[in-house]
Design a protein around this ligand. Structure first.
Ligand SMILES: Cc1ncc(COP(=O)(O)O)c(C=O)c1O
Length: 379
């Protein structure tokens, strides 16, 4: 049949498939026969009974839906309570919650930077940061990953009204991060604002899980955290000064023109923050699991492209190779997603393991065995 304006999609999908770039659905359901090593559930709260109990209690007290944009009538007491607790946790005057990290980054950057401004952005920043930069209409200078000297050059050469430096604190596909103290100093020198996305460090790193900036003793001007990764719920927040949050309330388009975060999920997130703040044991377990995997895989001759933290990328190069490894692991009950372009640059397709709390050492030994087998061409 060849009759509609969308007929080309069948061919486009076939092209993606031929190039190893087709995205299929990978079940995220908790399955006792599958060991999931690719969720962002670093503290292991997703399957944990405690968060489920919080959710059951919250369901009796809070509606599932907020009812409207928070600027209309969708603003609930539990949102404000969550925002207060998040700001206290990360040590800022205020915070403002969004329905996702994607929505937060896109709208925050668009609301803050304008066409007279310069944004200096790390080449491996998340797609939500890239899209926010594009929508802002600012001049965007994309610098090589973690290249402080290039950032300095871009700031020095610019005569723009305002300057923004945007980075992740712990890069989700690479398991590395910038020297945040050096970045803070650089921003201070040029009067630039430092925007740090702590999506993969919040809950996992720093004192009380406050992230890598807190670990380094650095205060970003704009702090982004997500509720859907270590906190295992959904949503995100931007934290900083009262004026910053008030501005975003007025100008962040995904806040103004979108239904507010589910009050039920806000209540669960509130409980998750309480758990995560106190969970030094969970953070130690994440570190221990990461070390076991790093050491075991290295012993088996599998190179890990990161030095520290819960993200362990295994660079495989081609899409086909990454898919073959993923399938080989799946056949032995180990779930790791193949990460391919456009999520990562062409030629750097990879498997990306995430270590999490609550995984016993003997299970990690089995994982290492399975990886070694797949690397050696097991069927
Ligand atoms: C650095 C970073 N920022 C933002 C996001 C988006 O967060 P969310 O999944 O809540 O939309 C992600 C998600 O992968 C991320 O890795």
């Amino acid at each position: 049949m060849n009759s509609g304006p969308l007929d080309h999609l069948a061919q486009d999908l076939a092209d993606l498939d031929a190039r190893g770039l087709l995205r299929d659905r990978m079940a995220g359901d908790l399955d006792p026969n599958v060991l999931d090593l690719c969720s962002n559930d670093y503290l292991g709260y997703r399957a944990g009974g405690r968060l489920i109990q919080h959710a059951c209690r919250a369901a009796l007290e809070h509606p599932a839906g907020s009812g409207a944009s928070r600027l209309v009538t969708g603003d609930h007491a539990v949102h404000r309570q969550l925002e207060r607790v998040l700001a206290d946790w990360v040590g800022t005057e205020e915070s403002i919650v969004f329905t996702s990290g994607y929505a937060a980054n896109v709208s925050m950057i668009q609301a803050l930077a304008g066409e007279d401004d310069l944004i200096v952005s790390d080449a491996l920043n998340h797609a939500s940061i890239i899209d926010g930069c594009r929508l802002s209409r600012a001049e965007v200078v994309v610098v090589p990953h973690l290249a402080l000297d290039d950032m300095r050059r871009a700031l020095r050469q610019s005569t723009r009204r305002r300057r923004w430096v945007v980075t992740e604190s712990y890069f989700s596909m690479d398991g590395d991060g910038p020297d945040l103290r050096a970045l803070r100093t650089l921003c201070n020198e040029f009067g630039a604002a430092l925007v740090v996305d702590e999506a993969h460090a919040l809950g996992v790193m720093g004192p009380q899980g406050r992230g890598r900036a807190a670990e380094a003793g650095v205060r970003p001007d704009v702090f982004v955290g997500t509720l859907g990764k270590a906190l295992a719920v959904q949503g995100a927040f931007v934290a900083g000064s009262r004026h910053l949050c008030h501005w975003l309330w007025n100008r962040a388009r995904s806040m103004v023109f979108s239904t507010g975060l589910s009050p039920l999920l806000a209540a669960v997130a509130l409980a998750a923050v309480g758990e995560a703040r106190a969970d030094d044991a969970g953070r130690s377990q994440v570190r221990a699991t990461g070390c076991l995997l790093r050491e075991g895989l290295a012993r088996s001759g599998i190179a890990i492209a990161s030095q520290a933290g819960p993200i362990l990328p295994i660079l495989l190069g081609s899409e086909a190779r990454a898919l073959a490894w993923k399938e080989g692991l799946a056949a032995h009950g180990v779930r790791v997603q193949a990460i391919r372009p456009p999520t990562v640059p062409t030629g750097t397709s990879r498997l990306r393991i995430t270590a999490r709390a609550g995984l016993p050492a003997h299970q990690m030994e089995r994982v290492v065995e399975v990886f070694a087998g797949v690397a050696n061409g097991w069927p």
